[in-house]
Ligand binder design. Structure first.
Ligand code: GCU
Length: 436
């Protein structure tokens, strides 16, 4: 941290505006802040005040007027606009193994084809259905980081080629992941815990929808859609990679609606970190997702943008220029100018249950900012007669709170752990009226 700059900024911030401008304090602080006393004051946009100043006092006005307004703010300024479900989409079940994982689950692999052209990127969906549970079963779905084969040490999962970026050589290449990566992320997918409670678990690889680097869109659904639209450049409010991943989750849900093993009305969308940002956006846009779960989603996810703590709009736009729409760049260092904030993204899940989770050592993601989003989504839930997090202050570590809006901060690092899954499964059971 550049302490000279920080001191100057702190000094300038306490001066009258005219003096502050002389000192150059109108420029955004470039530093990362981990000091709660330096967060500064901010005013959150009120989810219950419409653009024309009308106060929202009932659920109907929220649904008909205010919710569409907030959704539009996120579309226009952050995530961009996503296309409709492709008319020519097809599902091909490419493999079924009824005795997967030692007979505990049926494994299905489904290729989702977005169009008939050979350059239409295939999305490969992996689905495990617990054999012991009566069908149809509820399901959890999330986007995985490095391929379907990383979520379980299951030799039957197809290893698929994916475009990857080498940061050292600054080159991209189409690679088949090695066998040694099978089951690599097993700790983040508590399959047996989910099966024991009767849930299916499904996942899609991020690289199938969009490889995660600045130029990756050329190999994903955004490049394909752009070409189909006859354009060569994205509009400032066209979707970014997070929009694309979220869209992929909705297309997986389209498939669930055709699979008699899955109860498509009880699908939980869940994601970690950048995929937590994705899960929140998927749930906001697609109300068919029954529960929305954000695990350590941080900046651009559950964390309030206006808090100067951990990652900032400036940092995220610089490091991941492809995640959000081009319009979002104007808020780099100017989060206070955003016409919305992330508590309103959480509120877009209302009245459906939503769960926000943080990790104590994950300061980059700003745990307090995540909690405050969950808390400040509460007034929207109250319109529906539902309780939000139910507490004013951040709870102690490992003490989950909340009814329809769940929240916990657990000990440990930025990750998805068994502890997180236990809370999510319990939360889903409670809201789906299961496990009594
Ligand atoms: C980076 C990024 C975060 C993101 C995280 C992840 O740390 O700055 O915004 O959540 O990667 O996805 O793992």
């Amino acid at each position: 941290m550049n302490s000279t700059f920080a001191k100057l900024f702190a000094a300038a911030a306490s001066l009258p505006l005219s003096c502050a401008i002389v000192l150059g304090a109108s420029a955004p602080p470039p530093d990362i802040n981990y000091d709660e006393s330096k967060v500064g004051s901010y005013t959150l946009p009120d989810p219950l005040v419409c653009a024309d100043g009308t106060k929202v006092t009932d659920a109907a006005t929220w649904r008909v007027k205010r919710r569409p307004e907030i959704l539009e703010l996120f579309r226009a300024n952050m995530h961009g606009r996503s296309p409709a479900r492709p008319a020519e989409m097809k599902f091909e079940v490419t493999s079924v193994d009824k005795q997967a994982l030692g007979g505990r689950a049926t494994r299905k692999e489904i290729t989702v084809r977005f169009g008939p052209e050979p350059d239409a990127p295939p999305m490969r969906l992996l689905l495990y259905v617990p054999n012991a549970a009566p069908k149809p079963v509820p399901a959890f779905i999330g986007v995985n980081f490095e391929g379907n084969h990383t979520i379980a040490a299951d030799p039957g999962i197809t290893l698929t080629d994916q475009w990857t970026w080498d940061n050292k050589t600054k080159t991209e290449s189409l690679k088949r992941p090695g066998e040694e990566t099978r089951g690599k992320s097993i700790g983040r997918w508590a399959l047996d815990k989910a099966f024991a409670r009767g849930y299916a678990v499904a996942t899609i690889p991020r690289a199938d929808i969009e490889p995660d680097y600045a130029e990756g869109w050329r190999h994903g659904i955004r490049g394909y859609s752009l070409k189909k639209s006859g354009r060569t450049e994205f509009a400032p409010d066209d979707w970014g990679a997070i929009g694309a991943w979220a869209w992929g989750l909705s297309r997986a849900l389209d498939y669930f609606e055709t699979d008699s093993d899955i109860d498509a009305k009880h699908v939980v969308v869940m994601g970690h970190s950048r995929m937590g940002k994705t899960a929140l956006w998927a749930g906001a846009q697609d109300e068919r997702f029954a529960i929305v779960i954000s695990n350590d989603s941080g900046e651009g996810g559950a964390a309030l943008a206006r808090r100067w703590f951990g990652e900032t709009t400036a940092v995220i736009n610089k490091a991941f220029p492809h995640w959000f729409c081009a319009n979002f760049k104007q808020f780099s260092g100017h989060a206070d100018k955003l016409p919305m904030d992330q508590h309103e993204l959480v509120a877009l899940s209302a009245p459906r249950p939503v769960y926000v989770a943080s990790a104590e050592e994950d300061r980059w993601a700003d745990p307090r900012g995540e909690f405050l989003s969950a808390k400040n989504a509460g007034p929207v839930y109250q319109l529906f007669g539902k309780e939000g997090v139910g507490v004013d202050e951040m709870p102690a570590v490992n003490h989950p709170v909340g009814d329809t809006v769940g929240y916990h901060i657990r000990t440990g690092k930025h990750d998805v752990t068994e502890y997180d899954w236990e809370q999510y499964l319990r939360f889903a059971d409670r809201h789906f009226g299961r496990g009594k």
